[in-house]
Write a protein that binds this ligand. Sequence first.
Ligand code: ATP
Ligand code: ZN
Length: 283
Amino acid sequence: MKTLKIAIQKSGRLNEKSVEILKNCGLSFENYKSSLIATVANFPLEILFLRDDDIPEYVQDGIADLGIVGENVIVEAKAEVNYLQKLGFGKCTLKIAVQATSKIQNLEELNGKAIATSYPVILEKFLKEKGIDAAIRTISGSVEIGPGLGLSDAIFDIVSTGATLKSNGLMPFADVMSSEAVLIGNKSILDNPEVAELLQRIRSVLSAKSNKYVVLNVSKDNLQKVVDLLPGVKSPTVVPLFEPNWVAVHSVIAEADFWDKINSLKAAGAEGILVMPIEKIIT
Ligand code: ATP
Ligand code: ZN
C-alpha cells in the first residue's frame, strides 16, 4: 500500500483548521511546531508542513498527492490540480481598492492607471476579462501602502474586514474573487482507494459540522406540528416519556437555518430543547 502525502500550511491562517480537520477524520499524528513532516500512526499518510505558496506546485508535481490551500494561491500559481473538496474555512475576498479621496468612479477609469498587488496572475485575468488596460505593479507585501507612496493608483489584495484598508485611507472598489481553503489532489491519484477513504471521512466531518443534534419534549397533541418542522437524516426518532401523553423527539437540523427552526419549534409546542454537536455523519 502506497503511503500518501498531504501538504498543509506550516504556520499561518490555514494551519490550525487544516490540522483540526485531519484530526477530526480520526488521523493520529504529532503536531510539533518544529517538524516539517509528520507520520500518521493509523492511516497510510504523511503530512508535510509547508509555506502555503509552495503547496499547489508540490501537488501538481506529485511531491505531495494532496494539499490544503486557499483557492487564491492555487489560481495565482496556475497549478494544474484537481479540486476535490471545498473546506469551509480560510474564507476571504480579493478586491481592488482605491484611496478614499480617489476620483476613480468605475472600472473603466482604471485604464492607464497602476495597480499594486501580490496577486498579478489573478488581477491580470480579471483586467483582461473586463477589457481594462492598467499597469500591474507586483510587490510581495504591504500593498496597501502603494497609493500613499505614489507607487500606484489602486491596490488589489485580500480583504476580510476592511479595517486594514481603512487605516491606510483606502476603500474597497471592486470584488474580483472569493476564496476559501480547498482540498486539492494530484491529477493522477483520483482512483486511489486511500484517497477515496480520506475524502469520505472529510465529507462526513464537514456535514456533521454543518448540522446539530436536537432533542426536545412535546405533548402528543403537538407532535405532528413539530415533526413537520424536522426532516432528520431519515425521519425523526420519537421516544415515549414517563409522563403520559408526552414524547421526546430526536432529530438533526442544519446549522444554516438553526435559529429560525428553533423558534418555529418552540412556537409549535417544543419544550426543553437540547442541542448537541455531531462528530460525524456517515451516509
Ligand atoms: P505562508 O507563510 O504560509 O506563506 P502567508 O503569510 O502567505 O503564509 P496567511 O496570511 O497565513 O499566508 O494566509 C493564508 C491564506 O489564508 C491566504 O492565502 C487566504 O487564502 C486565506 N485568508 C483568509 N483570510 C485572510 C485574510 N484576512 N488575509 C489574508 N489571507 C486570508
Ligand atoms: Zn504565503
